[in-house]
Ligand binder design. Structure first.
Ligand code: UDP
Length: 193
């Protein structure tokens, strides 16, 4: 896939539907996909932070979350025409999980936030399988990893804030059965309402 590049940071010039299509292909091929949201703030930070840049560029899909990225693409003759937000991407992925009977695990936010978010997700997606969850203040990484393994999760949403969540995913993905990862920042707070 051709990426667009802003000050060294890659962004995938794809719509929600195109990303879902490619993720579906990757699932069928047994390849994991990682989704990370990119906004101008992150681009500026990554300019001076090589590790952050590698973390972003090493993801499978860098979504243009932020109108600034869309405008930068437009001004430089790029192909990005619409914003792809982390929260909406999560909605599309939940829909995919529901259709394909994928097992979803949610990790992050405060206990009452994550449980309320899950209740609302289930209301919106009645056929979803939530295979398990952990709040984001469980510091025993081994315990969280083991829980996700035992839940046989196919899709994992991590809400620890950025870049903590993406670092967590990179550190642990080799030993997880998960095929789709998304760092979702404050999205669970939004779901919790
Ligand atoms: N969070 C967490 N564990 C931590 C730090 C943060 O679970 O150690 C959660 C926090 O409760 C919130 C979410 O991460 O629900 C997103 O935080 P923030 O809005 O700061 O992240 P951003 O969206 O700005 O990346």
């Amino acid at each position: 896939m051709m990426k667009e590049n802003f000050l060294g940071v890659d962004v995938a010039p794809l719509t929600y539907k195109e990303i879902i299509k490619q993720i579906t292909k990757n699932i069928e091929a047994g390849e994991p996909s990682t989704v990370i949201a990119v906004n101008p703030e992150k681009v500026m930070k990554a300019r001076e932070d090589e590790q952050l840049r590698d973390l972003i560029n090493g993801s499978t899909f860098q979504i243009p979350d932020g109108i600034g990225v869309v405008l930068a693409s437009k001004w430089t003759g790029g192909a990005i025409t619409e914003r792809v937000t982390g929260i909406e991407m999560m909605g599309y992925l939940l829909h995919l999980a529901e259709q394909r009977r994928l097992r979803v695990f949610i990790y992050g936010a405060k206990e009452e936030v994550v449980t309320e978010a899950i209740a609302n997700i289930k209301k919106n997606h009645p056929n979803i399988t939530i295979a398990g969850y952990e709040n984001g203040y469980e510091d025993d990484e081994e315990k969280v990893v083991q829980h996700i393994q035992e839940a046989e999760a196919d899709m994992l949403f991590v809400a620890l804030g950025s870049p903590k969540q993406e670092l967590w995913i990179r550190r642990n993905k080799e030993r997880l059965p998960v095929k789709v990862y998304q760092g979702v920042g404050g999205s669970l707070d939004v779901w919790a309402g």
